[in-house]
Design a protein around this ligand. Structure first.
Ligand SMILES: NC(=O)C1=CN([C@@H]2O[C@H](COP(=O)(O)OP(=O)(O)OC[C@H]3O[C@@H](n4cnc5c(N)ncnc54)[C@H](OP(=O)(O)O)[C@@H]3O)[C@@H](O)[C@H]2O)[C@@H](O)CC1
Ligand SMILES: Nc1ncnc2c1ncn2[C@@H]1O[C@H](COP(=O)(O)OP(=O)(O)O)[C@@H](O)[C@H]1O
Length: 482
């Protein structure tokens, strides 16, 4: 599990460690850790390193590292981009042989431009957790001058990224980010994590705060969470999932959701739907049973159009929602919810569906993304799994739980039907007894890894992902690091 802590908690933890240490000790450790990483990335002595230096302590880290690197025979130029600089750091860098130039708005020094164009490594020390979202006007063009071949290494976070990870704006794009002591939301959330590159957490001796605000499951977590049957289990004790999905128009959604639930290793799947998807399922998924019956959880709505919904499906879905059983609501099923939920509930919209749901409920949609998912989760007392390249699973705030953010899928997974497969896996895990937060985040992880396993490095169809789920779970349970 990777855990990220709020900026306020990080600052408090750093302040408390600062009080216990001689002045400047933490920055010295950060600069040493950063230097070690850069030295490992450099090819040879004399490599050209450009260090972008902002006015806060992030720039201080970068300046001390610049001095260390110059002492290690790198060819180091510090480019001052802020209104002021960390004085101790600047003095240290200068006396160790670092050249220093300034970046001024509108009249960029030609020496700075050619250094950026020829750099082997660029260290971004413009702003860290004290940064505001977006690069200021005078720095907007700067990233365009960095050589495509340069290895860009951000200090703590790529400058311009919102430290809280909620707002997207112009930023540096890093190949690697060296952060100190612990991850922060910026490193894991979808609005910013695309700019982070490889995340490298360097320990500088700060004690971790008690409660993370964002978590990411890793493959090693699958063994501890996946419901594995024991010798005393039978198909009922393992969990029965009811699936109300697909219709006369989107017949395939039923096949994909049910197939994924079956391959995920559920005890039994009951399917409720009209003749076309039922007939297809009878031939494609012979393990499924048909008609209403006793279940441990329900997956409702994949491939559904409310306008033309089948009356039997509607009445079974409404009864499921009126019960105390866990439900996952996907696609058209999201139209069925308007009141806060008592029973465990997982909603699985993509961004468009989330916006439509919020509008229907009268929830302000401004900003979208994770902040909107949180408002919807709070309003409905349900966990919202927001699908995307990075999938976030957001429980209601008063549950006091961190949200989860998963980035396990290749972009090839952006294909029709992939959401139906995800809903089937979520349903299987809810029926297996997991909470909406665990079920949603674990399903997103396995879904993404299964997409990669189904055709490594290439295109994948949703049905292949559904068929792959069982093999992927086996691999993750037995050799998670492979
Ligand atoms: N605390 C500790 O114990 C330790 C802290 N450590 C390090 O300190 C960092 C936090 O330092 P911090 O608080 O000084 O803030 P910081 O991230 O340098 O940014 C603020 C400055 O940047 C500027 N600026 C803001 N936004 C901007 C933007 N978008 N684009 C451009 N510029 C922008 C703004 O200047 P202004 O523009 O307002 O003049 C402001 O002065 C932390 O991330 C870690 O690296 C380590 O040494 C370990 C121990
Ligand atoms: N760029 C991307 N990279 C990785 N996964 C993606 C990307 N875009 C979408 N996905 C995933 O693909 C799936 C698409 O689901 P959805 O939009 O509901 O499709 P459908 O409704 O056709 O089944 C989701 O699990 C989502 O997280």
């Amino acid at each position: 599990m990777i855990r990220a802590y709020s900026v306020a908690d990080v600052r408090a933890a750093e302040a408390s460690e600062t009080d216990r240490q001689p002045q400047g000790e933490l920055m010295a450790r950060a600069a040493t850790g950063l230097t070690d990483v850069v030295l490992n990335r450099l090819g040879h002595d004399g490599d050209r390193v450009v260090v972008l230096v902002g006015s806060g302590d992030n720039g201080g880290d970068a300046l001390y590292a610049a001095g260390h690197l110059a002492q290690a025979d790198a060819n180091v130029l510090a480019v001052l981009v802020g209104r002021s600089q960390h004085e101790g750091g600047l003095e240290y860098a200068r006396t160790r042989g670092v050249s220093v130039l300034e970046w001024r708005a509108g009249e960029a020094d030609s020496q700075v431009l050619s250094a950026l164009a020829e750099a082997d490594v660029v260290i971004d020390g413009i702003a860290g957790i004290g940064g505001r979202p977006g690069l200021p006007e005078h720095l907007r063009e700067l990233p365009d001058h960095i050589a495509d071949t340069a290895y860009v290494l951000a200090v703590d976070l790529p400058s311009g990224c919102d430290p809280a990870g909620l707002v997207t704006g112009p930023s540096i794009y890093a190949d690697e980010t060296v952060t100190f002591s612990m991850a922060k939301p910026v490193h894991l959330l979808p609005a910013t994590e695309y700019a982070v590159g490889l995340l490298n957490v360097v320990d500088i001796g700060v004690r971790l705060p008690k409660v993370p605000v964002v978590e990411r499951l890793t493959r090693e977590d699958v063994l501890g969470l996946w419901p594995v049957p024991g010798p005393h289990d039978d198909k009922y004790s393992r969990g029965v999932l009811g699936v109300v999905a697909g219709g006369e128009t989107y017949t395939g959604a039923a096949v994909m959701a049910v197939t994924a639930a079956v391959t995920a290793g559920i005890g039994m799947v009951r399917y409720v739907g009209p003749p076309a998807p039922t007939d297809l399922l009878r031939s494609r998924v012979p393990e499924a049973v048909f008609g209403d019956g006793r279940c441990q959880a329900w997956a409702i709505g994949s491939g559904w159009e409310m306008d033309s919904a089948d009356p039997q499906q509607l009445s079974v879905a409404r009864a499921a929602l009126a019960s105390s059983l866990p439900v996952v609501l996907d696609a058209g099923g999201l139209d069925l919810i308007d009141e806060p939920r008592d029973a465990p509930t997982l909603l699985t919209p993509h961004a468009g569906e989330l916006g439509r749901l919020a509008e229907r409920l009268g929830i302000p949609t401004g900003g979208g993304g994770v902040a909107l998912a949180q408002r919807v989760a709070d309003h409905l007392q349900a966990t919202v799994l927001l699908k995307g390249a990075v999938t976030t699973v957001v429980p209601p705030s008063d549950a006091g739980l961190p949200l989860r953010s998963q980035a396990d899928a290749p972009a090839w997974l952006a294909t029709a039907g992939a959401g139906d497969v995800l809903a089937g896996i979520c349903g299987a895990l809810l029926a297996g007894g997991l909470s909406p937060l665990d079920a949603g985040s674990l399903a997103a992880l396995v879904h993404g890894v299964a997409a990669e396993d189904a055709n490594p490095g290439g295109p994948v169809r949703a049905m292949d992902v559904a068929h792959q789920v069982g093999g992927t779970v086996a691999r993750l349970l037995h050799t998670p690091t492979a």
